[in-house]
Design a protein around this ligand. Sequence first.
Ligand code: ASP
Length: 320
Amino acid sequence: MKYDNVHDRKTKSMLLLANYEGRSGTELSAQLLAKKENGLRSIIEGIKIVEANPDIHTVGMSSWPNILGELQLDASVMDGNTRRTGSVGALRGYLHPVEVAYRIMTDINHEMLVGVGAERFAHEIGAITNKNETEISINAWHKHLDNALTSKQKEDFPNVRLLDIKSEAIDPEKMFDTTIYMSIDHEKRISSATSTSGWGWKYPGRLGDSPIIGAGSYADSRYGACACTHTGEMSIRAGTARSVVLYLKMGLSVVDAVYEAAQDLADLKTGYLDEVTIHAIDKDGNYKVVGLNSSEEIRYVIWHPELDKPIIESAEILRL
Ligand code: ASP
């Protein structure tokens, strides 16, 4: 099979697609793309604004902690020209997990680091440290424990079976998800990046789809990119982001590629099943966002050079 050459492609234009949770960083990303900065760096700079925004409790500082009250953050990046990736999981004490993910891509011959190893790496590269737990996140955790634990469990905590304590697949305030960004830059490079705190009150060490390349994101400048939010357990099992890009490679339109991947998710009949939002772009600047079985409106942010500023659009809700 003959593949398109990245440099010969004729794309419509540059493009930025981010989910609604990421909107506070999209103006900066759009400005950087417009100034012909590297697309991956442009979306990382946007995500860093979201990570440092204490009002978003599902990304970066002040997010909902794990069941032990610790904030363990996940992030990933992918450069669709080289298909190099960087991903970090269960990172504590650093302000910008997405920057640490980028430096994994650029500074070491691995694609993914987690836990104490990731923290050591972050220290060695001089990443910005931060106490990400805030009064708001710790109070919310206390409130959850108060409701979820029996009096005996409260007495014994943390020496209790954590398995018995409920976690939440989405923001307990039901406002936000992970943030995902994708872009096509002036050189037709396609990139993706994600950042999240994962589920509120998750089991320590739990990783969702956001740091798993191929599940929560994937970018290939020859075909397009995809990134998912919400129930990471499902996109990990279906390999959703990689599947969408593979469907593009097999010749499906971006709309059909997303529908096909949504059907793969809907065909999962066991395990933890809930909503998933699939965001995808193709190499020509077409895009599609679908909320699979979403209970509320799903919005996302789009920018391309014909727009002065990023705009918000609504996703199609699919019930399968
Ligand atoms: N997909 C994320 C995860 O499973 C959660 C989210 O998008 O809110 O960690």
